[in-house]
Every structure is written in C-alpha cells, then in structure tokens.
Design a binder for this molecule. Structure first.
Ligand code: NAP
Length: 269
C-alpha cells in the first residue's frame, strides 16, 4: 500500500520540492497540502509538476483528517512547526520534520508525545546526505583538532540563525571533545571586538558565523586549526533537490518506528 503523505508548508520553497518528490515516488501518494499561502491552488501546479488534484488548504486538522494521511512532512517555520507536529501526532499521524529552530525542550516534548501515541517522528536539521557526512567527519576530526570555527552560508530569506546544522555540528564536536583535555572552549583568547559580533556567535567556545546572501542555498564550512595546519570540511547544497533523498528515506523509515529519531545520521549509519 502506498504511503499517504501530507505536506505542511506545501507552497514554500522546500514544501514544493517535497510535493514534487513525493508525487514522483512510486511507493507514496500525496494526499494533502497545507499552507497559508497559495490556498485554493493545486499543489502540483504550484510545485511545477502539473495538476495533481491536491488543493492547498489552510486548516491542518481538516487536511490530515480528510486525507487519512499516514505521514505529515513539515517544512514551515520555527514558530509554527511545534503546533503542527502536535496536531498531527494527536490525530495519529506520524511526522517527518525538516523545519529548523526546534529547541531541546521542544524535541523532548515531541519524543514524549510520539511515545505516548505509539507513533514515529523523524526530525532532521539537514536532510542532505552530504551534509550529514560532513557532520560525521567533523566529529571524527575533532578528536585530533581542539580548535574549530564554523561558517554557515544560506539564502537571504532564512529566518533562523545560526542554522540547525551548524548547531548540531557544534554539539557533535563537543561530544567528541568530552574525552579531550584541551578544547578551544578552554583556550583563553586575548581578543576584543571593535565591531560587536565580528567573531560570530559563541557556543561554549565554538564560534559560529552566519552568512545570509542571495545566491546561496545551504552551505557550511567546518575549519579545524592546529599549529601549522588547518583542515576544512565543506558541504554545498546547490539546489533543494539535494534534500529529497533524505526526506524520502525518512518517510519510509518513520512508518516503522516508535518515538523520535533526531538526525538523518541515525538512518544512514
Ligand atoms: P518558506 O519558503 O518560507 O516556506 C515555508 C512555508 O510555510 C511558507 O509558505 C509559509 O507561509 C508556510 N507557513 C509557515 N507557518 C505556517 C503556518 N503556521 N500555517 C500555514 N503555513 C505556514 O521556507 P523554506 O525555505 O521552504 O524553509 C522551511 C523550513 O525548512 C525552514 O525552517 C528552513 O530552515 C528549513 N529547511 C530545512 C532543511 C533540512 O534539510 N532540514 C533544508 C532547507 C530548509 P508564510 O510565507 O506566510 O510564512
């Protein structure tokens, strides 16, 4: 039986790409589309794949109930995602979440509710397989490099900064550092900023720099430094298609699990 998918944020940049990918997947069917933009329009037409007979509607409960959806895929915004996830789980619909900006506490709330409802949830701040590998490799390299800075570069309309990927990379590096005696968090830096913010955000010693410019999609560099050498890991998503193999993988996986999986790496490794 085909997996019935509703896309939340279907009129957005990522949502349109998901509509396209689900429509083209032989084991899935798009049964509903939710957004407050482009309501009344056909989701396929909006996504550029032609008419598919699924209207974009602005009442999530109605969309999920009428469509008898198995899965809701959410690519909306940090201020909307939690409510959408709760709505879905309360209606017995599993969730795949790409929207970034969820806090640790909110992730725990999703985990608790999904376990309570005996449903699966996959949340991934980055669905690009190459980006997940970059984070994994950064965690490996961190064991040898006690100093690192992260530069993430995104399109100018990204709402949250730093990116979820940058935060997760920093967390993974810190995990690797927990065995090290000296990490950059412990190095006393004799520096001051004549322009506040020039050194980026400081997550417990890891500096994260967020660039927002037209022309970028989603990119990240992790630069490690050691006396006389640097190591740079870089990943570029040059278009939004790059996220779709990961999203489809998560949709196929979430029907089989109970509770929360946070991070695509847990589906890859
Ligand atoms: P976008 O183009 O702004 O699309 C979001 C869509 O959701 C918009 O049409 C927006 O409407 C709609 N929306 C937001 N809140 C809503 C609500 N409460 N009810 C109904 N519709 C609502 O954004 P995007 O570039 O597609 O990105 C979406 C999210 O995905 C962001 O958090 C981004 O960081 C994340 N992202 C994740 C990955 C990943 O791999 N995990 C990759 C890329 C992006 P309005 O315009 O009216 O707000």
């Amino acid at each position: 039986m085909a997996i019935k998918v509703v896309v939340s944020g279907a009129a957005g940049k990522m949502g349109q790409e998901v509509v396209k990918a689900v429509h083209q997947a032989s084991d899935m069917v798009l049964v509903g589309a939710f957004d407050r933009q482009r309501t009344g329009e056909d989701a396929g037409t909006v996504a550029g794949v032609g008419f598919i007979g699924v209207e974009i509607q602005d009442d999530l409960t109605e969309v999920l109930t009428n469509s008898k959806a198995h899965i809701m895929v959410d690519f909306t915004e940090p201020g909307s995602v939690l409510e959408n996830v709760f709505t879905a789980l309360h209606l017995g619909v599993r969730v795949v979440v790409g929207t970034t900006g969820l806090s640790q506490v909110e992730l725990e709330e999703i985990e608790t509710l999904s376990l309570e409802k005996d449903l699966g949830a996959v949340v991934a701040p980055n669905f690009a397989i190459g980006a997940v590998l970059m984070m994994y490799l950064a965690q490996q390299a961190a064991s040898w490099f006690p100093h690192v800075e992260i530069i993430e570069l995104h399109h100018e309309r990204k709402k949250d900064a730093p990116s979820g990927t940058a935060l997760k990379t920093a967390e993974m590096i810190k995990e690797a550092w927990s065995d090290l005696e000296t990490a950059s968090a412990d190095i006393p830096m004799d520096e001051w900023e004549s322009l506040p913010g020039a050194r980026g955000g400081n997550l417990e010693g890891i500096h994260i720099h967020s660039v927002r410019l037209p022309g970028f999609v989603a990119h990240q560099e992790v630069i490690f430094g050691l006396a006389g050498q640097t190591l740079t890991l870089r990943h570029d998503s040059i278009n939004r298609e790059s996220f779709m193999p990961g999203v489809l993988m998560a949709i196929r996986e979430v029907v089989q699990i109970t509770g929360l999986i946070y991070g695509l790496e847990h589906l890859l490794f």
